[in-house]
Design a protein around this ligand. Structure first.
Ligand code: GSH
Length: 227
């Protein structure tokens, strides 16, 4: 572990779940940082300067002293190693095992909801056949049901009563679905209560996507789908 360099710099898109994870981790660790918000439309993230930082042209990118990191999970794990307090990975063997498994499983949350989000944002359309949209929306409900089960009967968070990396990486993806019209309380009450708990955290409030504060989300109609 080294000293925190003068203000790490993080490049962000507003509303990116991957960016948001890293911001929540920075906030939870109490690390002062500077955020550089980039408009996706500007294409700046694909400029030669940015491609030199991340050849895939994706955000987040974190500049931390002499090192540059990309990939949200790598950034979160790096922050945990550099700043172990407060821990986002529990000290107990069982707790850290569960945290790492669930944090990795969050990648399915992305792949299983990708299509639905494209429909929700209008990037995909029905073209006369409603079935692909319905199938995509059903996948959202199936995925949410999995996370409802993961919450189990006890504990405020995915791993007991304390926030962990699992909550940090899962939350932004769920928030994206809520922003596009998913009502968690209809089918997943434990997930709904967890979501409200997360929304109340200062780290989440402080990192809320700036453009979400200024505009309403959409209602894609997830809740109208019969399962
Ligand atoms: N696996 C990467 C994914 C990052 C990613 O896909 N970021 C999106 C924003 S949500 C991006 O930068 N896309 C580039 C683009 O839209 O051109 C991570 O976890 O950081």
């Amino acid at each position: 572990m080294s000293e925190t360099p003068v203000k790490p710099l993080i490049y962000c898109f507003s509303g990116s779940p991957f960016v948001w994870r890293a911001l929540i981790a920075l906030q939870e660790k109490g690390i002062g940082y500077e955020a550089k918000w980039i408009s996706r439309m500007s294409g700046e993230h694909r400029s030669p300067e940015m491609l030199a930082l991340n050849p895939r042209g994706r955000l987040p990118i974190l500049r931390y002293g002499d090192v540059t990191l990309y990939e949200s999970m790598a950034i979160c794990l790096f922050l945990e190693l550099e700043h172990p307090e407060p821990p986002l990975i529990p000290r107990s063997t069982a707790g850290r095992a569960r945290t790492l498994v669930l944090a990795s499983e969050a990648s399915y949350l992305e792949s299983e909801t990708d299509d639905a989000i494209l429909f929700a944002l209008g990037a995909k359309t029905d073209d006369g056949d409603p079935e692909p949209r319905k199938a995509a929306f059903r996948k959202v409900h199936t995925e949410m049901a999995r996370w409802e089960i993961h919450l189990g009967d006890g504990g405020d968070y995915f791993v007991g009563d304390d926030l962990s990396l699992a909550d940090v990486v899962v939350f932004p993806g769920v928030a994206f679905l809520v922003r596009t019209g998913l009502t968690l309380s209809k089918r997943t009450p434990r997930l709904a209560a967890w979501y409200e708990r997360m929304v109340e955290r200062p780290s989440v409030r402080a990192s809320w996507p700036p453009h979400w504060l200024q505009s309403e989300g959409v209602d894609a109609g997830y809740d109208k789908i019969s399962l």
